[in-house]
Design a protein around this ligand. Sequence first.
Ligand code: PHE
Length: 341
Amino acid sequence: LQADLLSAIDAATSLDALEAVRVGALGKSGSVTALLKTLGGMSPDERQVQGPLLNGLREAVTAALAARKAVLETAALDAKLANEKLDMTLPVADAPRGSIHPISQVMDELAEIFADLGFAVAGGPEIEDDWHNFTALNIPPEHPARAMHDTFYFPDQAGSEKRMLLRTHTSPVQIRTMMTQEPPIRIIAPGRVYRSDSDATHTPMFHQVEGLVIDRDITMGHLRWTLETMVKAFFEVDDVTLQFRPSFFPFTEPSVEIDVGCSWSGGTLSIGGSESWLEILGGGMVHPRVIANCGLDPEVWQGFAFGVGIDRLAMLKYGMNDLRAFFDADLRWLNHYGFRA
Ligand code: PHE
């Protein structure tokens, strides 16, 4: 029987044929199975002789089946490889693709421009507490500046400095940075901010970039040079005039609002010249009380800070006119302004 089975295994030319041989030998009613079953009816002496013989038969058949199976499988794979062809020159099927959003694009560009000036990127939570968003920035409770911020508050812990809110500006990142880093500090902090306000030029969520420099002997001149360098690089113009107008922020003293000089040509406004002024930034020298609130000595450390609306910068750079379209996720709008994958 063993010789018959082994030659049947060798003669099998397909995996299916081999499987038929296996079932015929080792299956439920296979020939080897039937012989093994006879062991139960034998006397102990007989079984002592026949047992090892029959088990040896089963093992020999099992091993031969496995060896033949490996051979047939390799052959099947070789045949498949020889038949299948893959044309590497065929064009790839077109799949829908996304695109970089103008706001991400502007954030990336600003991060690069400021990296060249030695600024690191810092971040902070969008769900902020009252102390970081207001009090530490010299905006105590009852300060009128709080009313101007149209804050989204969380309902718990009213009247407490731990009261949570959606940050109304990126300025709390100034506080978080000064509290955790040793000066000299040079950071920008891009991110989302929230105010309860919505029309063609305001959305309840918008984007700012904060800038903060803390060092010895920092002056308003450093602020002007930094922002001029930034505006020139961002709008890709050789020359730009910035107009500093006195303003008020509780966390800077003196405070300025900063306009960029523009000129009209063929009905469109472009950056450069001084025919017209567009307000793009708020800034100033960091208030000594803010520096002290962060545990630094304002006699030793001074600095400047500024805040820019990113959405506003993107609208100016790409000639977009409706702020709300930024948040519609409409690919047609993005493509119209040249944002394609
Ligand atoms: N946080 C201010 C705002 O949102 C902008 C600002 C930042 C002003 C830093 C001065 C310094 O309007």
